[in-house]
Design a binder for this molecule. Structure first.
Ligand SMILES: Nc1ncnc2c1ncn2[C@@H]1O[C@H](COP(=O)(O)OP(=O)(O)OP(=O)(O)O)[C@@H](O)[C@H]1O
Length: 338
């Protein structure tokens, strides 16, 4: 299998300067600055093969952007090795940039005041895309993303959804073998999201384009990525199949009980789960408690049986754990064994 991204013991530290207080402090700051070292990415390693679509996820501050910036050559690592498309992203700049496509949700590749078409034309020159390749490939991109009616409009006149579709087209103009996407569907309505997802699936199938997708929208990940890499405090806490994550962590069910008794407490509830693989969490309303149990009929009926026998219940609901909840649980509990 051809490796498109190879990351070995990659680390990035930032120096954060603090100012001393008072006039004396300011004077001392002139000569020596106090600083502390913030390790944003702590010796992470992973490989990504050609044609993979990988979700790169983590909470705010987990180190996603910092690692993507090292992968795209914007930042130099403090230590470790990054090889992308066979190159050191920081060194062979020009050649490297031609081999990747980048969409960063907040930053635009397109020029604000000129027609989208003109931006495409300029980018075509920058990337030195031959006419015939451009025509064939871009006609397909323009059609799939349904942006033909937008081409003669200046970017500033486009809605966010329209702009994002044009951004994606711009990032793919040179048909790169690797695409970095950072929050590509943020703020978009459902139909535009679906269009973008379908398009990504299509180019992945057609050209075996490798995609690294960073997003807070887990439905994007579920729609597109078989594999997820999960970061927490600069370290990888899970790297594997999304399905495995779901079956290991999401196999449980949640049984939500509404109790008639206002005095209900964890102390009263805990004995009911003795010798069962289950635990209580407090619900989001008063008198509501949730039993998190294994997805096993026997366990579920046992829990319900015991609770109903011991307390007056006004409502019961059973629901499966969503990917979002699984991931939130993982963050709350810290590192897991993949
Ligand atoms: N230029 C910088 N100088 C100092 N610290 C930084 C710098 N850039 C990032 N950091 C710190 O490094 C850590 C990781 O940040 P990073 O932006 O990579 O996280 P993230 O996972 O991308 O978060 P988000 O989802 O908010 O974009 C954070 O603690 C952040 O404050």
């Amino acid at each position: 299998m051809e490796k498109i991204i190879q990351v070995d013991q990659l680390r990035k530290e930032f120096k954060s300067f603090s100012s001393r207080s008072g006039l004396k402090g300011a004077f001392r700051d002139l000569f020596t600055r106090n600083y502390k070292v913030i390790p944003a990415v702590k010796d992470i390693s992973f490989d990504i093969n050609k044609g993979e679509m990988v979700g790169y996820i983590g909470e705010n501050g987990a180190g996603k952007s910092t690692s993507i910036k090292m992968l795209t050559g914007i930042l130099t690592p403090t230590s470790g090795i990054v090889t992308v498309n066979g190159m050191d992203p920081h060194k062979e700049r020009e050649k490297f940039v031609k081999s990747i496509g980048v969409v960063f949700g907040q930053r635009s590749q397109l020029w604000w005041d000129i027609a989208v078409q003109e931006s495409f034309r300029l980018l075509k020159k920058v990337y030195k895309v031959p006419d015939d390749v451009y025509k064939k490939h871009m006609n397909h991109v323009i059609e799939s993303l349904d942006i033909a009616p937008l081409l003669d409009k200046p970017v500033r006149k486009l809605s966010l959804g329209q702009r994002m579709r044009c951004e994606l087209a711009a990032a793919l103009l040179h048909n790169p073998s690797l695409l970095f996407l950072d929050e590509p569907t943020i703020g978009l309505d459902v139909l535009v999201k679906l269009k973008i997802r379908n398009f990504l699936k299509e180019i992945n199938e057609k050209y075996q384009t490798t995609v690294l997708l960073t997003t807070h929208d887990l439905t994007d990940i579920e729609a597109l990525c078989e594999r997820v890499i999960m970061l927490d405090e600069g370290q990888i806490i899970y790297d594997g199949k999304l399905s495995k994550l779901k079956s290991n962590w999401g196999e449980g069910k949640q049984i939500e009980f509404q109790f008639a008794d206002v005095e209900i407490s964890r102390m009263k509830l805990n004995p009911l789960l003795t010798e069962l693989e289950a635990e209580w969490t407090r619900g989001d309303r008063q008198n509501v408690w949730v039993a998190n149990v294994l997805n096993d009929e026997h366990v579920i009926s046992e829990v319900i049986g015991r609770v109903v026998a011991a307390h007056k219940i006004t409502d019961i609901k059973i629901h499966e754990i969503s990917t979002e909840e699984i991931i939130r649980n993982i963050y709350e509990e810290g590192a897991i064994n993949a």
